[in-house]
Design a binder for this molecule. Structure first.
Ligand code: OAD
Length: 232
């Protein structure tokens, strides 16, 4: 049996960790995500302007989840969780591959495809099918207020207090498969540096915050993530 490390770990993941499972990243394709500019589908204004388009976009993403599986990088993180006294996984991803791989101490800071909420009563619930503008909230009964539980640009990411507390108290911060271009997640490495943590970038190529990390390993996540955590 492996010894439990006393190291307190925070891991941040982005779209790159799910790329080898078959899910598109955001910025690798000329800044387009599945042929849409992010502002067309990932802002509250876009939803006000064209809710049908936004619903269709996320309905397709939600349905795609049924066609993909967690990869070796997701599995390595789920296994690592039990090897440390403290291990928080923060993901910017809205897919469910971390939980399907077995991760438990997990924060979806940008929301989840498999959830919806009602803009009228704020009730949150599971959504496995298709959302549309005529859907009725089962909690308040109103029609037309249901939206995907995704944190769009201009909105506050979830559980920032818990994330900040963990960052300021961690010994090791590992950023995986993210371009480091979207705040506040892009600023986590600096917070961890200030807390005195070791900071490591695992990515296919250097991200925008490259110079802030103390060390880096570049390559596909299915290779570099299991390799990195096997050292403990
Ligand atoms: P990006 O698409 O910006 O960045 C993906 C990163 O993954 C890039 O640095 C790639 O080099 C890297 N990458 C690609 N394939 C990889 C592989 N096989 N192994 C390892 N790394 C790989 O995605 P995010 O950084 O996640 O926000 O984007 C951050 C946020 O911007 C998203 O959460 C989303 C988006 O707009 C919201 O929707 C609010």
């Amino acid at each position: 049996m492996k010894k439990i490390s006393k190291t307190k770990v925070v891991v941040l993941t982005g779209a790159g960790i799910s790329a080898e499972s078959g899910l598109s990243t955001f910025r690798d394709n000329n800044g387009l995500w599945e042929n849409h500019r992010v502002e067309e589908v990932a802002t509250p204004e876009a939803f006000d302007r064209n809710p049908e388009l936004v619903h269709r976009f996320y309905n397709i993403r939600r349905a795609n989840l049924q066609t993909v599986e967690p990869n070796l990088a997701h599995v390595a993180l789920a296994e690592a969780e039990s090897q440390f006294a403290s291990f928080l996984l923060v993901t910017q991803n809205v897919d469910d591959l971390h939980e399907r791989a077995g991760s438990e101490n997990l924060i979806h800071m940008h929301g989840e495809l498999k959830k919806k909420f009602c803009v009228h009563c704020h009730h949150k619930s599971e959504e496995l099918g298709m959302l549309d503008v005529n859907a009725q909230c089962h909690n308040c009964g109103r029609v037309g207020g249901l939206r995907p539980d995704i944190v769009w640009f201009g909105e506050m990411p979830y559980q920032m207090d818990a994330i900040m507390a963990a960052l300021l108290d961690c010994d090791l911060f590992v950023s995986i498969g993210t371009s480091g271009s979207v705040y506040p997640a892009a600023g986590f490495v600096e917070l961890a540096n200030r807390a005195g943590a070791e900071t490591v970038e695992l990515n296919l190529e250097p991200g925008d915050q490259q110079s802030a990390f103390q060390s880096a390993h570049y390559g596909p996540a299915t290779k570099v993530v299991p390799e990195f955590f096997s050292r403990f």
